[in-house]
Design a protein around this ligand. Structure first.
Ligand code: DHB
Length: 404
C-alpha cells in the first residue's frame, strides 16, 4: 500500500535543506543558505511568541554581532545593544576589572538572545523564507539515506512532508534529532553540576556599568543588564530550589550578600518581574553528522551558562555548516560534509573547557572543604592578579577567530 494512503499529507515540498528547530541557530543557518540562493525550510515545536519570550543569555562576541550586521539581519544590535570593553570579577569583597580591549583588543555586545531571535525571524519573513512555528508530531525519517524526509502537522492542523537532501537538527538542548544517530555509533560526553542558577528580571536602574561576576563563600552571583530600567541577575542555587519559596525580599538579601564587600558596593533594588531556576550541564555528542543528518548548536552540545558561550558557539556551528552545505549541494557533493565536525568541534571543546572552568572558578560547591575554598581564592587571585591570567580570561570570553 503506498504510504500516502497510510498517512496522507496535504503538501509535499522538495527542498535542499530542512531545518528542525527555529531558534537562533536554525534561523541563522536558513538565513545564510537563503542568501546564497539555497532554500531551507525551518520548523519548531514552539510558537514564535514562546521563543521570543524565553529569556536566555545576553552576551554576543563582537564577531557574531558583526556577522549579524554583515549578513543583513539588521543593525538593531548596533543601535540597541551595548558594547562592553571589559567585565568585573568580585571576590573577597573586592572588585577586579578585566579589560578586554587593553588585554586582547576585543569587546563583546550585550544584546539578549531573544532580540537576536526576533531579528532573525523578521529577516526570514522579509526575505520570503519559510518558517513553521508551533508545529506538532514532527517525524524525521530516512536520515540514513540520501532522501531524508521531515513530516509534521502545522499550527493550522494541516499535514506536510518535506523531501530534503539534508536535514539539520538545530532543535536545542532537548534535541530529538540527536537520538537519530544510531546508539552504537555515537558517544555522549558530559558532566553535571551540583548547583543551578536562580534567574531574575528586576525593574531597577543598573547597578554597575559592566557585568559583575561575583564569587563569595555563599556562592556565585551574576549582575547583568537588559534595558535602562530592567536588569537581569542570577545567583547560584540548589537545582531543586522552587521559585515560590523566593519572595522579593529573600532574593535581594541573597544577591546583596553575594556582592557585598569592603568597598560598600550595593545593588539598586526594585520589584522582581520574573523568576526561574535554570539547571545546566556540560554535554557533547559525537559525531555531529550521520548520513544526511547534521547537528548544530545545543542539539550537539550544551555548556553551563557562566561565560555566555552557548549562543556564540551555536552561531559559529552554523557559520561553518552553511559553508559546508553549500559545497555539498554544489559540485563537490557529499564529501564536503567531512569538514564540518573537525572545524566545529575544535571551538566546541575549547568552549566546553572555558565554560566548565569559569563555572568551577566562581561557584561554591555545596560540599567544598576549607582547603578547596582557600585553593579557589588562590586561583582567582592568580587570574586577576597576573596579566597572563587576565588575558586568558579575556581571550576565552571574547571568543576565538572563526574556523570558516
Ligand atoms: C548573561 C548570561 C550569562 O550566562 C552570562 O555569562 C552573561 C550574561 C545575561 O543573561 O545577560
Amino acid at each position: 500500500m503506498p504510504e500516502s494512503v497510510v498517512d496522507p499529507v496535504d503538501t509535499v515540498t522538495e527542498v535542499p535543506v530542512a531545518v528542525v528547530g527555529a531558534g537562533p541557530a536554525g534561523l541563522m543557518l536558513a538565513h545564510r543558505l537563503g542568501r546564497a540562493g539555497v532554500d531551507a525550510v525551518a520548523l519548531d515545536l514552539r510558537t514564535r511568541e514562546e521563543i521570543a519570550t524565553t529569556h536566555r543569555a545576553g552576551i554576543l562576541e563582537a564577531d557574531a554581532a558583526r556577522d549579524l550586521v554583515e549578513t543583513g539581519v539588521g543593525d538593531r544590535i548596533l543601535r540597541e545593544g551595548h558594547e562592553h570593553g571589559g567585565t568585573e570579577l568580585r571576590f573577597g569583597g573586592r572588585a577586579h576589572r578585566i579589560d578586554f580591549r587593553e588585554l586582547v583588543g576585543a569587546s563583546v555586545w550585550l544584546y539578549p538572545q531573544t532580540e537576536v531571535f526576533t531579528d532573525l525571524a523578521d529577516a526570514r519573513e522579509r526575505d520570503g523564507g519559510t518558517v513553521h512555528f508551533g508545529v506538532r508530531g514532527t517525524e524525521v525519517l530516512d536520515v540514513g539515506t540520501d532522501r531524508p524526509r521531515v513530516r509534521f502537522t502545522a499550527a493550522d492542523g494541516t499535514r506536510h512532508e518535506l523531501r530534503a537532501r539534508y536535514v539539520v537538527g538545530a532543535d536545542g538542548s532537548r534535541s530529538t534529532c540527536r537520538g537519530l544517530v544510531p546508539e552504537a555509533l555515537r558517544t555522549r560526553y558530559g558532566t553535571e553540576y551540583p548547583f543551578a542558577w536562580f534567574g531574575v528580571l528586576v525593574r531597577a536602574p543598573a547597578s554597575a556599568p559592566e557585568l559583575v561576576y561575583a564569587h563569595s563563600e555563599h556562592g556565585f552571583a551574576l549582575i547583568s543588564r537588559r534595558t535602562e530600567s530592567v536588569q537581569r541577575m542570577y545567583f547560584q542555587c540548589d537545582p531543586d530550589e522552587r521559585t515560590e519559596d523566593w519572595p522579593d525580599g529573600r532574593i535581594w538579601e541573597t544577591l546583596q550578600a553575594r556582592v557585598a564587600g569592603e568597598d560598600g558596593f550595593r545593588l539598586v533594588e526594585g520589584p522582581v518581574l520574573e523568576r526561574s531556576v535554570l539547571r545546566f550541564r556540560s554535554f557533547v555528542q559525537e559525531p555531529m553528522r550521520w548520513g544526511s543528518l547534521l547537528l548544530a548548536g545545543d542539539a550537539a552540545h550544551t555548556v553551563p551558562p557562566t561565560g555566555a558561550r552557548g549562543l556564540n558557539l551555536a552561531l559559529h556551528d552554523v557559520k561553518v555548516l552553511a559553508g559546508v552545505l553549500l559545497r555539498a549541494l554544489g559540485a563537490e557533493g557529499e564529501a564536503a560534509l567531512a569538514d564540518y565536525q573537525p572545524l566545529a568541534l575544535r571551538r566546541i571543546w575549547r568552549a566546553q573547557h572555558f565554560s566548565s572552568w569559569m563555572t568551577r572558578l566562581l561557584h561554591t560547591a555545596p560540599d567544598a572543604s576549607p582547603f578547596e575554598l582557600r585553593r579557589q581564592l588562590g586561583e582567582l587571585d592568580g587570574v586577576v592578579g597576573t596579566r597572563a591570567g587576565r588575558a586568558y580570561l579575556a581571550e576565552q570570553y571574547t571568543g576565538w577567530p572563526a574556523s570558516a
